[in-house]
Design a protein around this ligand. Structure first.
Ligand code: SF4
Ligand code: SF4
Ligand code: SF4
Length: 194
């Protein structure tokens, strides 16, 4: 199927920068002729060229309204300010963050795709994206590993017994965020008072 062959060429970071909910929906849109081939910043020019070859079309410049093609980034959590709300864990499409409610969270760097989806949900802005050192590009082995982690996560989330836990966790998160935000603001205010 064409959409699957297109998806095989996409980077599998699931970053949504293309404007779709992940690599597979973008692949389906391309296959249906509903999306151009130049909306994937992680894939960059090389990815566009591969898609053009498969589809026997001309290449296009990357549509930078979707984002820039950057060297591989990794999320870093400033654990000093983490309030353990778990919102970043829920946002991470490849389960690259470990932690538990009200406990410090950390990123497992070798699993991080650099998608930056964990950054904006963090209520205390303690997640930063940094370029990996040594600098390197995202490769096909990374894509394969990321796809496996994404699919394993989807299987886990689809299990029916996860639902009650999810509801319970949402309530716990609300309480934890409210309490911890108050503490974090007080801590930051104290740190900035001369
Ligand atoms: S890696 Fe590319 S195709 Fe996949 S979600 Fe991100 S922008 Fe879309
Ligand atoms: S840790 Fe953040 S940047 Fe890394 S894969 Fe997960 S959501 Fe994306
Ligand atoms: S979203 Fe921010 S504060 Fe909440 S657990 Fe993740 S890093 Fe910590």
């Amino acid at each position: 199927m064409l959409a699957e062959r297109i998806n095989d060429l996409l980077p599998q970071t699931q970053c949504t920068k293309c404007g779709y909910a992940g690599c597979a929906p973008y692949a389906q849109a391309i296959a249906a002729g509903q999306a151009p081939i130049n909306r994937c910043p992680p894939g960059g020019d090389q990815g566009i060229a591969a898609l053009a070859k498969l589809l026997k079309t001309d290449t296009l410049p990357l549509d930078e309204t979707c984002g820039q093609h950057l060297p591989l980034q990794v999320a870093v959590i400033d654990e000093q300010y983490c309030i353990g709300c778990t919102l970043c864990i829920q946002a991470c499409p490849v389960d690259a963050i470990v932690g538990a409610s009200k406990l410090m969270h950390t990123v497992v760097a070798q699993h991080c795709t650099g998608c930056d989806l964990c950054v904006s949900p963090c209520p205390v802005d303690c997640i930063e994206m940094v370029t990996v050192s040594p600098v390197r590009a995202w490769g096909s082995d990374d894509a394969t590993a990321s796809r496996q982690r994404f699919e394993a996560r989807n299987v886990r989330l689809a299990q029916p017994e996860q639902e009650p836990k999810k509801q319970e966790t949402t309530q716990q998160i609300g309480d934890a965020v409210a309490q911890a935000l108050t503490k974090a603001r007080a801590r930051r205010a104290a740190a900035t008072t001369p």
